[in-house]
Design a protein around this ligand. Structure first.
Ligand code: ARG
Length: 467
């Protein structure tokens, strides 16, 4: 490393005992300003709360407190208007803001860091940021639930094949299928709410790691920042990132749920299925094949768990084996959190848009039900109910009837009574009535079942206890 590659370091802030500048490589690996500028609002909010508390407790003068607050408000404006000059030499958002504050207010700014460390400062900022992201994501989940509920209501009676192993299993209603996603999303919403409850404690006042000798009021700063209480242990406060990991897990599982729905949209919109038509707003064309309508948005939603679960693994790997308390490792916690939040929000918005605008094609779904003997279970159930056959025997007899239909190239409801009786002589004409798909879904009245009446109840309940 030659001298010319060295740059002047931020010695005005922490460089009292340093003589030389840092290497340019050191500056590059150390600086986080390129991404942690995202925290500017939280940083200013936290600093204002801290300054107010320093005034209230008599640690700094009222005049200094007022100069600090005015300066921070001005800096916020500068950042928002794009006038603020960020500097990598100043490492991070905290130092960038504090240095600018010193330009504006001189010594007042230099008193702001009394009884505080960047360790509790950054932990506070990130908590505030994640809490805000949780609130935005929760609203986005709610919007998606709304669009699912509307479609489920519209299609509470529409029948489609229900699949296991992606093989036709039993007829279900579209409403029931969509309500399964409403349930997943309600749990996702609950997971974010749980994480929010647990994370809403203030690290501010933990200082570097051990607390401070100044007579600070942590209750006051906690309250000012909307936290329920201060964190109990100063060492935990500066090193804990559980809250970010919980956030990323909730985000990962939500993304995984969205990807399942997205995959269904891809399948359903393919010409083999034709169950849905995506709106023009959420389809793309091909630059070479004029006939194409591609479900790009759904495919991208399907792909999002790649980076979002990746973010979770990234953070857990950073935390693993980290000795108490703060280590610079923790600076790497932010990018995965920011990236996951951004991509989850766009995935939620796209899924909501697709869901709201798509058109179901009941005819195609009805046609699909003509294959795959979807009402075979209904026939077996009839044998149990009417003939009092043990279910295993009914299952076996129905299997033989399906084989016969398959061999004749007929659907179950196209087989004659004589054909069925050739397998099981006790069958009567009454059995034919259970072979239609409408009869099949209407009969599944068990709690949580697919019958339209059950689906309507489920929709009403979900609307009632909106997350
Ligand atoms: N940029 C740092 C981070 O994101 C701020 C905290 C720095 N603390 C320190 N002791 N160097 O973690």
């Amino acid at each position: 490393m030659t001298k010319s590659e060295n740059t002047k370091n931020s010695s005005s802030i922490w460089g009292g005992r340093f003589e030389g500048g840092v290497s340019s490589v050191m500056e590059r690996i150390n600086a986080s300003i390129a991404f942690d500028r995202e925290l500017y609002r939280q940083d200013i909010m936290g600093s204002k709360a801290h300054a107010d508390m320093l005034v209230k407790t008599g640690i700094i003068s009222r005049a200094d407190g007022e100069a600090i607050t005015a300066g921070l408000t001005r800096i916020e404006g500068e950042i928002e208007s794009g006038a603020f000059a960020f500097s990598a030499a100043l490492e991070d958002i905290h130092m960038n803001i504090e240095t600018r504050l010193a330009e504006l207010t001189g010594d007042a700014a230099k008193r702001l860091h009394t009884a505080r460390s960047r360790n509790d400062q950054v932990a506070t900022d990130l908590r505030l940021w994640v809490r805000d992201a949780i609130d935005r994501i929760s609203a986005d989940i709610d919007a998606l639930i709304s669009s699912l509920l509307d479609q489920a209501e519209r299609h509470a009676d529409t029948v489609m094949p229900g699949y296991t192993h992606l093989q036709t299993a039993q007829p279900v209603t579209v409403g029931h299928h969509l309500m399964a996603y409403v349930e997943m999303l309600r749990r996702d919403h609950g997971r974010f709410a749980d994480a929010r409850l647990r994370m809403n404690e203030s690290p501010l006042g933990a200082a570097a790691l051990a607390g401070t000798s100044f007579p600070i009021d942590r209750q006051m700063t906690a309250k000012a920042l909307g936290f329920d209480r201060p964190m109990r242990n100063s060492m935990d406060a500066v090193s804990d990132r559980d809250f970010a990991a919980e956030f990323l897990f909730a985000a990962s599982l939500t993304a995984v749920h969205l990807s399942r729905l997205a995959e269904e949209l891809v399948l359903w919109s393919s010409d083999r299925f034709g169950f849905i038509t995506l709106s023009d707003e959420f389809s793309t064309g091909s630059s070479i094949m004029p006939q194409k309508r591609n479900p790009d948005a759904a495919e991208l939603v399907r792909a999002k768990p790649g980076r979002i679960t990746g973010a979770l693994i990234t953070l857990l790997t950073i935390l693993k084996g980290l000795p108490m308390t703060y280590g610079k490792d923790l600076q790497e916690d932010k990018e995965p959190v920011f990236d996951a939040a951004e991509h989850l929000m766009i995935a939620l918005a796209a899924t909501t848009g697709m869901m709201r605008d798509l058109t179901f094609q009941p005819e195609a779904m009805g046609d699909a039900l003509k294959h795959g003997f979807a009402t075979a279970t209904d026939l077996a159930d009839w044998m149990v109910r009417v003939l009092n056959l043990p279910f295993r025997k009914a299952h076996h007899a129905t299997g033989a009837i399906v084989a016969l239909a398959e061999q004749k190239g007929l659907r179950l409801d196209e087989l004659s009574l004589e054909d069925m009786q050739s397998v099981l002589p006790e069958i009567t004409a009454d059995a034919l009535s259970v072979l239609t798909v409408d009869h099949s879904v209407a009969s599944r009245m068990s709690e949580g079942g697919t019958a339209p009446a059950q689906v309507r109840t489920a929709i009403a309940k979900a609307r009632q206890d909106r997350p």
